[in-house]
Design a protein around this ligand. Sequence first.
Ligand code: DGL
Length: 271
Amino acid sequence: MRQLASNQPIGIFDSGIGGLTIAKEVVRQLPQESIVYFGDTAHLPYGDKSTAAIQAYSVKIAHLLLQQQCKLILIACNSAASAAYELVKEYVGKQALVIDVITPTINYLREHYAGKVIGLIGTKQTVNSNVYKKKIDDVAVGIRLKSYATPLLATTIEEGFTNNLVIESLLQEYLSHTELKNIDALVLACTHYPIIKHKIAEFYQNKMDIIDTSEIIAQAVRAQLEYHQLLNKTANPSKHFYVSDYTESFLAGTKLFFDEMIKLEHYPLWE
Ligand code: DGL
């Protein structure tokens, strides 16, 4: 591993602005850390892309974050994590720490839900890759996973439909599917979904255990930095939010995902 310094930034990437739900939690738990966020809005949504395409995008973005001197690269997208975590580690794992959104979630499930039936919703890429199922089977604590792809949710959320009949009908349709019957908890395996957690809870009349992974992931980032003695101690952290394609609607959407208005900078990675 290359020598890393604690004042280097944390790099976070997603297919677009959805990963800001994770970035927000990282900033809340680790306010001293500098952040470089990259949203690949030029290729949004990743969930419907081929594994090979997502791998190529992810490796290129990881290299960009290395150029930005990141000490840790967080893959804040379940679709990218399921397609490219191993590959990203192979390419940049000797120059920076690499964390994905899936491994910390599996560790959490292993500790808290042994022997239970767990439902999971995510993009087609995340669900069809079966990565969650394989990793859950590997930890062998008797968890039975029932997953179902909910591809229209991410784009509907990006459109700002988070509190109306459109999202309610989609959830009604998706969550009533037989695959998601008789579950003990539901994992939100897409970084867009924390935004509609309240609507999902409403569907289940507030009786379902809904696992929003952002807190779990930010804790994993902290634990890794602590373990490697890389927690930043100096003040005045910087924050940069890059997108590969810039439109006003992305900018407007950031408020939904990050609470405060942030400045999106256009980074022409693919031009
Ligand atoms: N935020 C991405 C994820 O966690 C989904 C959005 C997309 O399809 O690009 O999978």
